[in-house]
Design a protein around this ligand. Structure first.
Ligand SMILES: [Zn+2]
Ligand SMILES: [Zn+2]
Ligand SMILES: [Zn+2]
Ligand SMILES: [Zn+2]
Ligand SMILES: [Zn+2]
Length: 325
């Protein structure tokens, strides 16, 4: 008695005897089979399986850019979005360059003519940003940038002159011998604050201070013409006699005005009648003694107030002398 194949609904026309059924069933082209790649596609018939395997979304697939192996679905979607060797276009509007994805970031940062970059003078205050293709035209505008550069230089000069507070210390020996003979003693000239400053000490005093006071002669000389320093000197020179016992109670006088001599306009000098002899020579009192072993220590602080005013910035310097002990 002949029987029909149970896959008749799929199109199988097989009819035969029951003894041959098992053999047919194992080869029937209309039998439903599942994909060996486990792709979950339904209703695959045995005679369409080969066709399916050529299109199966889970079939093995090799990336044409980097040769990575994966499933067709993964390689052509997720992987292709990130494949470093895939050639892609620069995303900057206007740029048509195509290159391997791994080169794009470098290209945008350093080469792409359409990247927006800051003007190379941004460190001196130019805030302009333009596409790389346009920035060199802007950077070539000297006028705008020179005024920024000038402002920067002026600020630096101001900062430098604010730092021109300089101190030097020297000692005078043989105080009594100098005083007795009314001789002066000249400290080697020392370049300070850009100015030459000479200090002469008259232990027995000068002019009306003779026999009463120790006098100091402060001599400031004009700096070279090329210097930005102002002449006449504007600033303060402070002379101290140092307490040799400990670091306090130093005796201090400041001179804030220096007028060039009419006969030698390159020199501005002032006398200071600094301290009376009895105070200099007093023995140690309250931890304070200036003269020790016939020696005095002097400290000179030069505070320059300004550079040439027409090159100065609008903000003014604080020229107040700092208080020291
Ligand atoms: Zn069949
Ligand atoms: Zn499949
Ligand atoms: Zn790839
Ligand atoms: Zn580009
Ligand atoms: Zn600029």
């Amino acid at each position: 008695m002949p029987i029909k194949c149970g896959n008749g609904k799929n199109g199988c026309n097989w009819r035969g005897i029951i003894e041959n059924w098992e053999d047919h069933a194992s080869r029937c082209g209309y039998a439903s089979v599942s994909c060996p790649n486990k792709c979950n596609t339904e209703a695959i018939l045995r005679n369409t399986l080969n066709g399916h395997l050529n299109e199966c979304p889970m079939r093995e697939f090799i990336c044409v850019w980097c040769m990575k192996i994966g499933t067709f679905t993964h390689i052509t979607s997720e992987h292709e979005q990130v494949c470093l060797l895939k050639r892609v276009g620069c995303p900057q509007p206007g740029c048509r360059k195509v290159m391997e994805r791994k080169l794009i970031n470098d290209h945008i940062a350093s080469n792409c003519k359409y990247s927006v970059v800051p003007c190379k003078y941004d460190s001196i205050g130019c805030c302009v940003k333009k596409r790389r293709i346009e920035i060199s035209d802007h950077e070539a505008k000297d006028g705008e940038h020179l005024s920024l550069a000038l402002a920067t230089v002026q600020q630096l000069q101001q900062d430098v002159s604010a730092l021109k507070n300089d101190t030097f210390t020297f000692k005078l020996t043989k105080y009594y011998a100098l005083k007795q003979r009314s001789h002066s003693w000249i400290e080697d000239h020392t370049y300070r604050c850009g100015y030459n400053v000479y200090i002469s000490v008259y232990p027995n005093g000068y002019n009306e201070a003779t026999n009463h006071y120790l006098s100091v002669y402060i001599d400031v000389e004009e700096p070279p013409r090329s210097s930005l320093l102002q002449w006449p000197f504007k600033g303060t020179v402070t002379v101290e006699i140092l307490n040799q016992m400990s670091n306090h109670s130093h005796y201090k006088r400041s001179v804030e005005s220096f007028v060039p001599r009419s006969s030698h306009p390159e020199i501005a000098a002032e006398f200071v009648h600094l301290i009376c002899h009895s105070s200099v020579e007093a023995p140690s009192r309250g931890g304070c003694q200036y003269l020790l072993g016939d020696t005095l220590y002097f400290r000179v602080t030069v505070l320059s107030a300004s550079t040439k005013p027409w090159l100065e910035c609008s903000s003014t310097l604080d020229t107040t002398n700092t208080e020291t002990n």
